[in-house]
Design a protein around this ligand. Structure first.
Ligand code: BG6
Length: 517
């Protein structure tokens, strides 16, 4: 066999830049951004001049800011942190006190950036990362524009990274896009959806578009339906302030679930150029049939967890008993829905989506269930056509990252017995595990200016357009039966009924693995 493995292209550190983190004292910075920068540094992917400038309201100087990070960040990097790599990264971190709403703060910021550009040879390359509460996103972008900081000068670049949530409905998402565009061009804007930063999500591109056996069966002719599950065992934790306003629908669907759906369902792009890929992703979102109000009643399900027992035996409170949650809260912690895509590839193939908190485990999976074989060769045996499970492909995004194919095999022996078995590819077996927060690739891509894994303005708006009718109907008809599922279960009974109506059942997560039990 000839070795046709493409030569690996080792990534190189992008040219030096200053990463300005608004919200430098916040949770995201400490938990994700700095650990991700540490991981990039330890892989040699930060240029010697790379510099961080934290901006926040607290009054600190560089030394005090570094001490603060030194106290908290290593705990999130995990075991095996190399003191030298961390110490070197810390020495490139600076701090600027400023109120995000105060124009004078931006004048000071401009002066500080000019000084750092000189001292660190960062050439006017500035990455503005909005790790703040969302109410500041538009304001910061506008102030940066007014201070001339969005303006790209010779050789330099200015980019802005916007975290989620991007708006809380279609109108607010549009308004935020407009505000960003007053100061930044679209190709300077990087809207994060950290699901697209997950290796296993990126691998769906590789799996679908580099394997000649996959695409021919990836369509309505062979696929019966697709299930996308993002289940979490955690509750609302300490985020009630945000979650009470958002709920599971806004928190997970227009962003993470639709990102997964678009990667699974998109047409092949002309190449890996950012806009070619994002064109296809937006196109497939636009091909999803909008839900009419009466369909919202039949094709969507919402739920809220009550107290219950988790699989490890721990008793946990219901959502309404969580700190900061109203005792009569109607916020949903679970969503399921059925979507149909109007395209030649997917006409008639339902996509079932579900996500929820306090479910029995943390699983993100896509199950592609194939149609039954057309002809039952085993007709005269004990095997009945519909006793034979259909083939299934399981894309395991997390945990046990990998891909499984479930198919039927003959049980050894003189009788015709079939049993589902699996072929299983596990990332860890092939590639080992590298410490990752999911943000490494995304930050690296911002620094090299590759927007492929970031949402474009029209992609974001297409997502909200789909969710909008659900928000409208749910808003007009408050739920009457919350809480309606016990913590530690798979959501309210209506979720099972949504599939049962079509003669289907949610596959248990890690289904291929269980077949082997
Ligand atoms: C976030 C949501 O965007 O994604 C959280 O706001 C959710 O509510 C989280 O817990 C899930 O991300 P992951 O990477 O843990 O699956």
């Amino acid at each position: 066999m000839s070795d046709t493995t493409p030569a690996a292209q080792a990534p190189v550190p992008p040219p030096s830049c200053i990463m300005v983190i608004f919200g430098g004292c916040g949770d995201l910075t400490r938990r994700k951004l700095l650990p991700a920068l540490y991981n990039l540094a330890s892989q040699g992917l930060l240029d010697g001049g790379f510099t961080v400038l934290g901006v926040d309201r607290i009054d600190l100087d560089d030394i005090a800011y570094r001490a603060r990070l030194d106290d908290s960040v290593p705990g999130f990097v995990g075991e095996g942190i190399e003191a030298q790599v961390w110490g070197d990264l810390l020495s490139r971190i600076h701090y600027q006190q400023g109120d995000f709403l105060d124009p004078a703060a931006y004048t000071r910021l401009a002066a500080r950036l000019a000084g750092l550009d000189q001292a660190r040879a960062t050439g006017g390359r500035h990455l503005f990362y909005l790790a703040t509460p969302p109410r500041f996103f538009g304001e910061i972008a506008q102030q940066l524009g007014r201070a001339g900081l969005a303006q790209e000068a010779e050789g330099g670049w200015r980019r802005i990274v916007v975290e989620k949530p991007f708006g809380n409905d279609l109108a607010s998402a549009r308004a935020l896009n407009q505000r960003l565009h007053e100061s930044f061009d679209e190709d300077q804007v990087f809207r994060i959806d950290h699901y697209l930063g997950k290796e296993t999500v990126q691998n769906i591109f590789a799996y679908r578009f580099t394997n000649s056996t996959v695409e021919p069966i990836w369509n309505r002719r062979y696929v019966d339906h697709v299930e996308i599950t993002v289940s979490e065992s955690l509750g609302v934790e300490n985020r009630a302030g945000y979650y009470e306003q958002a709920g599971a629908l806004r928190d997970m669907v227009p962003n993470h679930l639709l990102s997964l759906l678009s990667v699974v369902a998109m047409e092949p792009a002309n190449g890996l150029e950012a806009n070619a890929v994002r064109d296809e992703q937006t196109k497939v979102l636009r091909a999803i049939q909008p839900l009419l109000p009466e369909q919202v009643l039949t094709d969507t399900v919402r739920g809220q967890y009550g107290l219950g027992v988790m699989p490890d035996g721990s008793r946990v409170p219901g959502y309404r008993e969580e700190p900061g949650v109203a005792p009569d809260s109607n916020t949903e912690t679970f969503v399921a829905m059925k979507l149909m895509i109007d395209s030649w590839r997917w006409a008639g193939v339902p996509f079932y989506l579900r996500t929820g908190k306090r479910m029995p485990g943390r699983y993100t999976e896509v199950v592609v269930e194939f149609k039954h074989a057309p002809n039952m060769l085993f007709r005269d045996s004990r095997v009945r056509r519909y006793n034979v499970p259909p083939n299934m492909l399981v894309l395991r995004i997390q945990p046990n990252e990998g891909i499984g194919m479930c198919f039927n095999a003959k049980v050894p022996g003189p009788t015709q017995e079939l049993r589902p078995v699996e072929m299983n590819f596990s990332y860890a077996d092939y590639f080992g595990t590298a410490p990752s927060t999911g943000y490494e690739t995304l930050i690296y891509d911002c620094m090299i200016g590759d927007g492929m894994l970031f949402k474009r303005a029209d992609t974001i708006e297409a997502g909200w357009e789909l969710v909008e009718p659900v928000l409208d109907v749910w808003g007009a008809l408050p739920p009457r039966d919350f809480p309606d599922y016990a913590a530690g279960t798979w959501g309210p009974p209506e979720s099972d009924a949504l599939l049962a109506r079509d003669g289907r059942r949610w596959k248990p997560c890690d289904v291929c693995q269980r077949h082997g039990d």
